[in-house]
Write a protein that binds this ligand. Structure first.
Ligand code: AMP
Ligand code: MG
Length: 392
C-alpha cells in the first residue's frame, strides 16, 4: 500500500495536458487558458461619462450659475463636440467626453432653464468622468495560462474584441457503476437492493471538473459484462469505475482490467476513506477504480481523479481551494491512514458532521468541507486548521 502523497504524485506524473484548441467564448466556461492573454485595448477605451448629465468645464461652474447647453452626446459614435467656458453638453452614461470637458454634472443636480441649465452643486474636475485606462491598461495581463475561465473572464475577453479563446483540451469520461445490488433511481427496489447513487455522484463531480462528455452505465458483478463495459469506456480519456475494487470474491474490476491488458499503477492507498483505490491505464485511457462506498468514492475522486482531469485540461492549480477555519472540537487520528473528516464550515468554524464512516451519505450531504487529519496528528478545539472546500 502506498501513501496518499505517492499515489497523487504517481498519477500526476503519468498525465500530460491534452492538445490546445480555440473555442468560442460561449463554450469556454470552466476551460483553462492555454496561453497568456494581454490587454489589446485599455478599459475604458476612451474618457467617458459615468452618469446621465452634463459635460462641463469644472473651472467655469459656480454653484447656482447658468450654463448654455450647446449639444448632445449619447453613448455611441463620437460627435466630436467641444465644450467651452460657460457651456455644457447634454451627455449620457458611457458617452465619450466632449473635447474641453473635464467633469460631469449629474442631471439630478441641475435645473433646466429653457436652453440653459442652473448648476445646483459645486463641481470639481474629474467628477463622474471615467478616464481611459483607469480600470485596465493596454498590455496588462488579463488571463494567465492555466487559469480557469469564469463568467467574468469571458466578459473581459469579449471586452477586448476576442470571439475565441485558446484553451486546453476538453477531457471526455465514462463512468461504470458496478454491483449486483444496484437499482436505477426511479425503478422498484427489492429487498437487499439499494439505489445506485454513485453514478449520479460521479457524473456531477466530473461535470464540475469541466469534463465535456460523460457516458454513464451500470454493470453487474460479472466478468463478461464488466469487460464489455470497460471496452466501451476506454474510448474516452478517463474511465471511472465505482465499486468492485476491494478484496471480496465479487470484486472483479482489477481482474477484468488486467485481462484487457491494463497496466495497474496503483492499487490500495493509505487514505481513509478510500483504501481500495485503483489507478492504471489501458492504452491511452486512464482508469480510476473507486471504492463503492459513496463517501470513499467522493473523497478519492476529489483527491486523485480531480487533479488528474484538471491537469489534462491544462489547469495550473490542481488543489482544492483551502480556507482557514477554527476547529469546533478536538480530533486525534490514532489510525494508520490520513483521515478526511467531513464537516460543516460556517462562520469560519469547522464542525465535523454525521457518521465518519464511508457509507454515511447523509452526513456527507450535510458537509461542505474536508479536514485532513494526518496519522498521529492531534488537533485541539479552537485550533486554526486549513479545510478543503469542493464547491469551487
Ligand atoms: P464495493 O466497493 O463494490 O465493495 O461496495 C462497497 C459498498 O458500497 C457496498 O455497501 C455497496 O453496496 C456500496 N455501493 C457500491 N456501489 C454503489 C453505488 N453505485 N451507489 C451506492 N452504493 C454503492
Ligand atoms: Mg460491489
Amino acid at each position: 500500500m502506498i501513501s496518499e502523497e505517492q499515489a497523487r504524485a504517481r498519477i500526476l506524473e503519468k498525465i500530460s495536458p491534452l492538445g490546445k484548441q480555440a473555442v468560442p467564448l460561449a463554450g469556454a466556461l470552466d476551460c483553462f487558458a492555454a496561453e497568456d492573454y494581454f490587454a489589446r485595448l485599455p478599459l475604458p477605451a476612451f474618457d467617458n461619462s459615468a452618469m446621465d448629465g452634463y459635460a462641463v468645464v469644472a473651472s467655469s461652474c459656480k454653484k447656482g450659475g447658468l450654463l448654455r447647453v450647446i449639444g448632445e452626446q449619447p453613448a455611441g459614435p463620437d460627435r466630436k463636440l467641444r465644450v467651452s467656458v460657460g457651456e455644457a453638453v447634454r451627455i449620457f452614461t458611457g458617452a465619450t467626453l466632449p473635447q474641453g470637458a473635464d467633469a460631469i454634472v449629474m442631471q439630478e443636480d441641475v435645473t433646466p432653464h429653457g436652453t440653459d441649465i442652473r448648476v445646483n452643486v459645486d463641481v470639481d474636475a474629474g467628477d463622474f468622468v471615467r478616464r481611459r485606462g483607469c480600470d485596465l491598461a493596454e498590455g496588462q495581463m488579463i488571463l494567465a495560462k492555466g487559469e480557469r475561465i469564469r463568467a467574468s473572464t469571458v466578459a473581459l475577453l469579449a471586452s477586448q474584441g476576442l470571439a475565441d479563446v485558446i484553451v486546453g483540451g476538453k477531457a471526455t469520461a465514462a463512468v461504470i457503476s458496478t454491483g449486483d445490488e444496484l437499482v436505477k433511481p426511479g425503478e422498484e427496489l427489492q429487498s437487499g437492493q439499494i439505489y445506485d447513487s454513485n453514478s449520479v455522484l460521479l457524473n456531477a463531480l466530473l461535470l464540475r471538473c469541466g469534463v465535456s462528455a460523460i457516458a454513464v452505465e451500470h454493470c453487474p458483478d460479472n466478468r463478461q459484462s464488466l469487460a464489455e463495459a470497460i471496452k466501451r469506456g476506454i474510448k474516452n480519456h478517463v474511465l471511472v469505475i465505482s465499486g468492485g475494487v476491494s478484496v471480496g470474491e465479487h470484486d472483479l474490476v482489477k481482474e477484468a482490467l488486467c485481462e484487457l491488458g491494463a497496466k495497474i499503477e496503483i492499487w490500495r492507498v493509505a487514505v481513509k476513506p478510500g483504501k481500495p483505490f485503483l489507478f492504471g491505464n489501458i492504452a491511452e485511457c486512464f482508469v480510476f477504480g473507486l471504492p463503492g462506498n459513496p463517501v470513499s468514492a467522493f473523497v478519492t475522486f476529489l483527491q486523485f481523479v480531480r487533479p488528474a482531469i484538471l491537469r489534462m485540461m491544462g489547469a495550473m492549480n490542481l488543489d482544492l481551494p483551502q480556507v482557514p477555519a477554527k476547529l469546533a472540537v478536538g480530533l486525534t487520528n490514532d489510525g494508520d491512514r490520513p483521515h478526511y473528516i467531513r464537516g460543516r464550515l460556517k462562520h469560519e468554524k469547522f464542525t465535523p458532521i454525521g457518521r465518519q464512516e464511508s457509507h454515511a451519505l447523509f452526513g456527507l450531504s450535510q458537509a461542505n468541507a474536508l479536514l485532513r487529519v494526518a496519522v498521529g496528528q492531534s488537533l485541539e478545539a479552537d485550533e486554526i486548521v486549513n479545510v478543503q472546500i469542493w464547491d469551487w
